[in-house]
Design a protein around this ligand. Structure first.
Ligand code: PMV
Length: 323
């Protein structure tokens, strides 16, 4: 059978960077994110009597061991040995720190499970998606999402804190580079856990930051949410920069944006930045200030594009197949 799914990427306010179990993708800490509207991965999967698995990503045939492993996991759950045909596309740049692996593996998980005949609940889908790419477990849910910390595979899944209609927070993804990052998240975080002397200090601060982010969402306290997101992002990047060899994901334009956001705040505009494993900057603001923030970011040298997002929806099945 053939099935297709659509999933959105997410931006973490309190991030994960480092695992306690590499194989099962169990992170060292919980994380909290917002699923992003407008950007999506769309994936069609069909299992059949094909001579081999074939995977097409954004129009190009690829051999991706991570995708192969994920298919094997789903074949095992679906008790099938059939090969798969996969076609997937993103409507935004892949591998540049805009969490394409999150939406990609969330869409692949739902489409492949459905195509193999498994009708699973969101929690189970989240556990499976996690094993493709950690942050994908959060993209199964729309709105505001927490990935629970657990040392057991069954406990390490996301839950929805509030849906996409709850609070209209805006994320202006300010693109300064669409190049694929030199060091992937997967290998970068292994190096950080092994070599950064700051890694344990960040971990020690995470529980407090998670609580602050949860409360900020609960009380719709944007200042608190923004401050925590910015702080946690800086903590994470401090561990990246002090990794050996260093992981310096920022470009000059990244830092210019960070300064511009600080200046916006000095003039009373609520705006905060957070940065994943890449050079692009997510600038968080509220709808009534979005125009002003957009105009300020647009002027900065090196800014190529600004993608405007609000809270997005759950991963879902679509009848629009890609083949
Ligand atoms: O989902 P992964 O394993 O590619 O890691 C993503 C890590 C960050 O995006 C940097 C942080 C996060 O929690 O999303």
């Amino acid at each position: 059978m053939k099935a297709s799914a659509i999933a959105h990427p997410n931006i973490a306010f309190v991030k994960y960077w480092g695992k306690i179990d590499e194989k099962l993708h169990l992170p060292a800490n919980g994380s909290i994110s917002m699923t992003l509207s407008d950007l999506y991965s769309q994936t069609t999967v069909e299992f059949g009597d094909f001579p081999r698995d074939s995977i097409v990503l954004d129009g190009k045939e690829v051999q991706d061991p991570k995708i192969k492993n994920h298919l094997d996991l789903i074949r095992q759950l679906g008790k099938s040995h059939k090969n798969a045909r996969i076609n997937s596309r993103n409507n935004f740049p892949t591998g540049s720190g805009i969490a394409s692996s999150a939406s990609g593996f969330a869409a692949l998980t739902l489409a492949a499970c459905k195509a193999i005949g498994l009708n699973l609940d969101s929690k189970t889908l989240s556990i499976i998606a996690r094993q493709g790419s950690g942050s994908a477990c959060r993209s199964i849910y729309g709105g505001f999402v927490e990935w629970l910390h657990s040392t057991m595979s069954e406990g390490s899944h996301a839950i929805q804190l509030a849906d996409e209609h709850y609070w209209d927070v805006r994320d202006l993804i300010t693109i300064v580079s669409t190049d694929t990052k030199r060091v992937s998240s997967t290998s970068g975080m292994v190096q950080t856990t092994k070599t950064s002397p700051l890694y344990q200090s960040r971990l020690a601060a995470v529980e407090d930051n998670l609580k602050a982010a949860r409360d900020a969402i609960r009380f719709k306290n944007f200042k608190q949410l923004g401050e925590i997101a910015e702080y946690d992002s800086l903590l994470m990047h401090a561990t990246m920069m002090t990794t050996r060899p260093p992981l310096l994901y920022w470009l000059p334009a990244t830092v210019k944006i960070m300064h511009a956001v600080e200046q916006l705040r000095e003039t009373g505009v609520p705006a905060y930045y957070t940065i994943d494993a890449g050079a692009n900057v997510h600038v968080l603001t509220l709808p009534s200030h979005e125009k002003k923030v957009y105009a300020a970011l647009h002027k900065i040298d090196g800014v190529q594009n600004i993608l405007q997002c609000r809270p997005g929806e759950d991963t879902s099945i679509t009848n629009e197949h890609l083949f």
